[in-house]
Structure formats: C-alpha cells, structure tokens
Design a protein around this ligand. Sequence first.
Ligand SMILES: O=P(O)(O)OC[C@H]1O[C@](O)(CO)[C@@H](O)[C@@H]1O
Length: 589
Amino acid sequence: MRSSNYDKFPFVPVAARPDACQTDWPAITEALRAALPAAPTAPDQPLVLAVECYPGTDLKQLQQELVQALQPAQCLVADDLYRSPADIDAMVAGPLTDDPVFGRLNGLTVTDFFDPSKLQAAQAALASAAGQLVVIVGTGATLVCPTPAIVVYADLARWEIQLRQRRNEIANLGSDNFTEKASLKYKRAYFVDWRAADRLKKQVLPRADFLLDTNDLTLPKLITGADLQAGLAAAVRRPFRVVPFFDPGVWGGQWLREVCDLPDGPPNYAWGFDCVPEENSLLLGFGDARVEIPSIDLVFAHPRELLGEAVHGRFGTEFPIRFDFLDTMGGGNLSLQVHPLTEYAFDKFGLAYTQDESYYMLDAEPGAVVYLGMKEEADFPEMLADLQRAQDDSSAPFPAAKYINEFPAKKHDHFLIPAGTIHCSGANGMVLEISATPYIFTFKLWDWDRLGLDGRPRPIHLTHGAANIQPDRTTTWVEQNLVNHLEPVASGSGWREERTGLHEREFIETRRHWFTDVVPHHTHGGVQVLNLVQGTEAIVESPTGAFEPFVVHYAETFIVPAAVGAYTIRPHGAAVGTECATLKAYVRT
Ligand SMILES: O=P(O)(O)OC[C@H]1O[C@](O)(CO)[C@@H](O)[C@@H]1O
C-alpha cells in the first residue's frame, strides 16, 4: 500500500493585504457598499451595481443577500429578460443536433438569449430610478447596464456546475430543463452556455471591480479586481498546479483512490482531471483564504505569457495540452473507441483541432494490455459488420481478439494514439493521458456488452467511427510508430532525457527525464506541462530566484508558463538519493 502525498488542493499564494479576501455575506456586502460612489456620475442615471454571473450561479441566494444588505430601489435579474425557454431551445437546437453526446461549436453570444423588447423595457425602467441604487444580477447583467458604477464578476468552476447539474439544482442558460439528463445538460453547456458566457467573460472580467467566488454556497468569497489581477499575474510567472477533480465510471479502478487519497464513497474512480484548464479550477491563496476561479481565466488574462507567442498565435485563448488519469486498476476495459480525424472534427463539430491522444502507463498489473490498431490480417468491412452485429444482437458480442492488437502494457510504456487509430486501455492499467485538449469527441465502437453507471447502454457511434478508423494502422505499423517510440536526446551529470512521442501527426512533443540530480529545463518561449511519473517528491527551482521553489509530489501534474524561461528540477525530501522521472509535454513549434 502506497502512502499518499498527492496534494488535492494546490494553490498559488498571492501577496496581498491579510484582509484582502472577504469570507461571509455581511463582510462581502459591506465591502460592496463601501465601494459604491455616493451618487451616480450623471444625475439622471441610477447608481448601478451589476453582478455578472457565470451560468449556474445561485441567483436567488445572491439576490436575497444583496437586497437584504443594500436595500436597492430595484433589483433586476438578467435571466428574467431572456426569450422564453421554448424560443431558446429552438435557438440552440441547430448547434446541439440530435446526437446525445456531440453538438457543433457555434458563435452564440449571451446577447442572443435576451428578448430585445424585454431588455429595452428594463433599460427604460432603469432611467426612472435616477439617483437611486439598482442591483442587476445574472448572466448578461452588464449587457442590461453596460456602464454600471460597480461590476462584480461572480465566477463558477465547471466541475461545480457539473455537480449542480447532476443534483438537478440548475438548468441550462435560459432553459427550464432542471431535470433533464445530466449528460445532456453538460453537452448543452459545453457547446452553448460556456462558450457564450466565456465570450462575455473575456470582455467583463478585466474591468471587474470585484470577483465573487460562490463555488461553496456556505462560504462565499470576495476579492477586488486588482487582487484578482495580482493573483493571475503571480500564477503566470511561476510553475503552478490546477485543482484536480475525480469522477467514477463504469470501467473505473482503485489506484487513484489510494494514490490521491480520495474518499471511500464512490465504488471507483475512473477519471482524474488534473490539467484540463478549460474545466479545472485555480486556487488563489490570500492568507488562509482560498479563492477558486476557473483556470481558463488565466489563459484569457495572460495568453502570451502563459502559452507563449507561437502557441497563442496558433491556438488563441485555448490551452491545447491535456493531462488526465484513466484508472482501470481492478476495473474494466474502456470502450473500444476512435477519435475524429482533423478534417472530420472541423466539418462535423467545428473543432479547430482534434482529439489526438497518448497513454503513458503510470502503473500496470501483470497481464494489463492496451488495445491499439488493427491486426495485419483483419478485414475492415467484416470488422464493421461484426461491430454492427454486436449492437443489434446481444448473443453476438464483438470478437475484439480477432481484429484488434493487444499490446502488453507495463509501467512507463508510452502508447501514441493519433486520431483515427482504434484503441482503448484494458483493465488493470493506470494511464496518464497526455493529449490534445478536446476530450468528449470519442466514438465508442463497442462497450463490451455492459451498461453505464445509469443502468443504460452508453451511446455508440458506429457511423462516425467507420468514417474515421484508419484500417492501414495494423500491427507492424503500430509497433514501429506508436509503441514506445523512444529516442535518447541528451544527458548530463545525474540525468538523461528521452523523447517518447508523440506521433508526427500530433502537435505535442513529450520528453522524459530520469534524474538523481539537478536537471536544467527551459520553456523556450512555450508553455510546458509535466508530471512526476517516478519518485515521491521533486523540487522545481528558478536559477535566478525568479519564483519561489515549488515542490511537486508523485503523479502530480504541473504547468510551467512560457514566461518562466529557465528552471531546474531535482529530487527532494524522501526522494533524494533515488531516481525520479518527469514526463514533459509541449507544443512543437
Ligand atoms: O469512452 P470511455 O470508455 O469512457 O473511455 C474513456 C474516455 O476518456 C477519454 O480518454 C478522455 O479522457 C475519452 O477519449 C474516452 O471517452
């Protein structure tokens, strides 16, 4: 049994006044009252406090606290000025499509949710409150009044939103679909709500006077916009970690529970997401208080310093590298699957780049395998017919062994999975996935004749799959190109560096360093993501003292912003005298 030193709540310390963070409603509303000017700038205008809310924020609670404490002449809720749920359902139907998992990325904005006549009427009514305090809350509050006296941005982490969706506490933006299946609410948020809200956030967050964190409804937190900016500026100049989250699944295992010290409740943990900045959070530390913001805020605020010029130029404000865990230790096989080719991902889903992947084996039990590519002699049309038959006839399970290679998987093996390659991790493996960021574009081909956690079969996408599987990726090609494609690169005193991937069709380069002493690293102007894949503890340092030494533990993923430049890593604590290893990923430019 391994004892855990995995930090589940990493944070970026921010140098600020000890009382920078207000941590209850009375203190929060008092800080807002104190910040309000005595009168509006123009005498014929109201004094507006706008709370721009990320979708999923508890508006009732917010409204109640603000009204009770500030006693405004009016309190408007932006969502009341939206078009009807039926109109909005019709508006999003095109981009959402009928598919249970995939939609199409689109250009909808929060403005599109408003009913123009309701909005106009509300804005006219605002004029009648000249000289008085008006509070506006909701997604689009700053569209109702574009020039408020005070702007508060109430942000919310995507994981918290997903949990609220699962508990039927929230509906999608402008919808009343509280009880719809959680997977459908997630899909709608992914393709519509979050995209629209992020477009508005990019405009509003930089000018927000305050940031309100209501991820924990019992412990709201408020910091000033200036302190938020100080926190973001601190994060982008040093190595940091985002806050991991973990989720059970039908094939999930027990390794994450032990190594990451996760609670007993769920039967297993399948996924651990510890570097998907689109969905993870960043904790900013103000004294003892921790303010949780979506880590994508850092990408939006500092794309050039974080990503570097070339990566920002190519990917815009997206963080293109994803690290996550897939735990099947004591669990089952993932679905046999394939991801879309680049052109298919663009044409069907509007993706700018596709879901290229790789599996780095953090651990494996004897007998573990990775399914990868087709067998030399396999007949493609016959395989598709068998996949279809397996769906139609439960007495004809798909004979995977007839068509698909099974490669033994050992600790530290690296399997490369360019889109179009049929694959899945088998049972009893612990995968660190090092991949391009998209991660919901999985065409399941065969789910081993089992039901999902909700007791229903998980959606299968054979037509999409058939259009993307590359049948020429057979045994020899896969062995030569995708399995442990290792190459020594460099070495020094107490360390050596190897290239482990990814395949040339994938834009990510991965390097593994084995070390017992100090390893010199450099970002060379591009963001880097690393994981300590061997050793209990290592320390990341700046040769010039530009950032505070940063300790990482086994299996922790950390991000080194492009702006960091030179840094070193060496064994630390109990790992001194032992051989450690990091796996580093960056975008080839
Ligand atoms: O579809 P399954 O069987 O849950 O597989 C695991 C999933 O995790 C991913 O690897 C993303 O992390 C997807 O590609 C895949 O859908």
